[in-house]
Design a protein around this ligand. Sequence first.
Ligand SMILES: C[S@@+](CC[C@H](N)C(=O)[O-])C[C@H]1O[C@@H](n2cnc3c(N)ncnc32)[C@H](O)[C@@H]1O
Length: 279
Amino acid sequence: MSTSSSIQHDAVDIAFQAKDGRRLANDKNIAYILPSDELEVDRLKLNHEMWKLYKSKIHEQLEKGIRVLDIGCGPGWWTLDMARLYPNSQFVGIDMADVFQTSDVPSNVTFQICNASTGLKFENESFSFVFQRFLVMGFPVDQYLQSVDEMKRVLKPGGAIEIIELVNDYKNAGPAFTKIGRGSMDSFIADKISGFLNKAGFVDIQDINYDVPIGAWGGEAGEMFLAIQKMALPAVKVMVTELTSITSVEYDETVEQAFKEADTHRVSTRFRQIYGRKP
Ligand SMILES: C[S@@+](CC[C@H](N)C(=O)[O-])C[C@H]1O[C@@H](n2cnc3c(N)ncnc32)[C@H](O)[C@@H]1O
């Protein structure tokens, strides 16, 4: 294990700006609407704890040693856990923001700053497992499609692809959650991803739909997801108020109301976990 990090920079420099106390990308080639700062790093850690690492049938290859790519890895919580679990494999985490963890980084991890929406800077067939989680707030539909094609290009034949995404759709939403859902980017990209994989020529595609409760009514998972939403909804405030006619005051009131609605309406949301194989 190494205690220092290895971070490589793409040729592209991505600009950031401070808005309402948050750090956001300010670059015409970046569509991402969430902040890239310490608060967000904490939220992503909580988010990470909710998920098993992967579903693909790739454990044996990982044990033997393969190359793995994590696209939009953020702080690298997934990359780091996987690298510790599979020391014979090599892990590359890429993100447009330099929010990578820098201490206790295993020697089989490399982080790279790069904008994945303009293509992946890797050779054809250079990875055996490509993973992407929670990029719907960063890729409009056309970029998502292109990203799936790029994932296929860099995968070796037989390689595994796995994607986890949020569907920004609130079941049993009261008026406040309905309003928040309307303010987002394309809320339903996640529901289309298995179709994207199919179109790109992936095979053995599995598409799991998870209903996730928000609030105490949903037990431990509900409490945890409410805690994540309490960090996520204020985080998208700057962009939602810029992209819609909702004012800052109205947004704060709506979010507060939404948290009350979570239990009174028994609100839930959905996630999709899609995985498959390159023939
Ligand atoms: C919601 S976070 C998820 C992070 C990580 N995948 C996880 O599950 O913990 C989305 C990440 O995608 C990154 N991102 C957004 N647009 C990107 C782009 N065009 N290229 C590379 N990374 C991008 C963001 O900087 C952020 O770290």
